[in-house]
Design a binder for this molecule. Sequence first.
Ligand code: ADP
Ligand code: MG
Length: 602
Amino acid sequence: MNKWKWYVTNLILPLLVIYAFPWVFPNEFYVHLAQTFAITYLVIVGLNILVGLSDQLSLGHVGFYAIGAYLSAILCDKAGINFFVSVLISSFVAAGFGAVVALLSLRSKGPYLAMVTIAFGELMGIISNRWVDVTGGPAGYYSPTPSIFGFQLHAVEYFWFVGIIAVLVTIAANNIFKGRFGRTFIAFGNSAVASEVLGVNVRNWKVMAFAISAFLAGMGGGLFTFQNGFISSTTFEFDKSILFLIGVIVGGSGTKWGPVVGTVIVVLLPQLFQSFVDYHLMIFGGILLVSLIMLPDGIVGELSKLALFQKRRKSDHTGKTFQLAEKPELELPPSVTGTLLEMREVAMYFGGLKAVDNVNIEIAGGSVHGVIGPNGSGKSTTVNMLSGVYTPTGGQLLWQGKDITKFAPHSIAKEGITRTFQNLQLFQDLTVIQNVMMGFHRHFHTGFLPNVLHIPSVKKEEEAYSQKAYDLLRIVGLETKVFHKASDLSYGEQRLVEIARGLALKPTLMILDEPAAGASPVEIEKIMDVISRLKAAGLSIVLVEHHMEIVMNICDKITVLDFGQKIAEGTPQEIQEHPKVIEAYLGGEEVANLVAGKRSVS
Ligand code: ADP
Ligand code: MG
């Protein structure tokens, strides 16, 4: 989009509409409704980042709203701080509470996570109701009239004020959406484990999403206080949290325009059901349930599936051009000689099941080390331990001599080890190139605020890495699928995307868990070719694979597992002739595979 068009659509037009609104509707009721719209919109934009992007749930957002409302009223009233400064301070405090709630809820799993947020919202509701000395309880708290530089803001001016904030927050949220922060939120929402093995500390990022979301809820609460000059505890009840959620989900969670549509609904619903106040919770809960079933992608989500919008979306991307270097170079760290990774008497027990038992493996730098064995022999469990997804129940993992046995996956990724997954773990809601961009996670440096403002250095970083991602996609032969949704690709292509995404990390060691599983014969050729080229480039690889022609052709050394134990180790030649291996593979397809592999080397 060119610069002028951007200014017109994001700044000038919305501001004109906001400026004109009170002239077109010179009516107190409408102006009040418009204020409510702008204020509620802030909360829903925040909740959309949490629910829509990062795929976390909050059923207690009213709690952050209440903190913003009361704290800004008290700061302005008791400490004489300017109203908007009070709102900002309260928003930061709400963000702090958001972080704490996130940390607490992350300690629990599944439904308990949502319950922590409910408990928090209820707690805040009870405090506002019972702590009458401070909050005024149901009788309410009167806040001062907002003013800026001595000018009091009356209804129309206050609408303009909150309207401008809504426009600025929209721009900030869109900047988050289009940069690495939004991408990371979507990524760990889609697959936490894949994000971790690319170096994302998912727990911290979840907390961040919560804090951002709580910040905006706090800001909405603060601005709500000064809208009416009065707040009462009856505002901060559970139905409000549900209403906010309706805004996100019915509007279209994770979409840019969803919050706009959702806010209209949220503002109108209480008006429509004004005479049924006692039944609000039931009505709103029902609406939420029905929309979750009938409109899982929300109004905006469903509309964008229509052909008309699809076309527009595609053309958005064709504007992007990439440099076509002669032949893209694979960037790798200097190769390590000697032992790279050592497994020392490693074990992984699941209750009584010994998935991996007392296994010793040494992986040499610059080599391709194969791991084979029948189904259920412990290959993926080994990969999971090497990548930090499982912590071994016994033994030690040494990475260039360093003990990494208890490292989390993101710490192992930082050491330069990454992996692909047997059961594909692509980020389904991201495009192919965005998936690869996630691989650069540990190389990105721009901070949150520069991203919110989308300053030139952020743009430059983004462009530099999208070029690098494109180059990687050329290396694996997917340059024509750059802007496709990852989920639209064939099995084999998806496996290549995972390889490219791992390469983006610039790994010292790449672990491939059955990279050819489910691929067509033509794709298997391609995958084999890519792995051979990685080997030629000097990348150290651990290769778990069923297709013996790949294993026997590419591996320098092979370890054979059976029932969680190492039964053989050696060169492809040695392995093929090993009596124990032949015994383990006896019967069925596996022998045929092994023989086929033998034929292809000799
Ligand atoms: P492979 O990749 O060689 O086919 P796996 O490593 O996936 O085998 O599995 C080895 C054994 O460990 C299997 O019996 C499997 O059922 C078991 N296993 C793997 N992961 C888990 C887990 N998270 N919980 C319980 N059992 C597991
Ligand atoms: Mg497996």
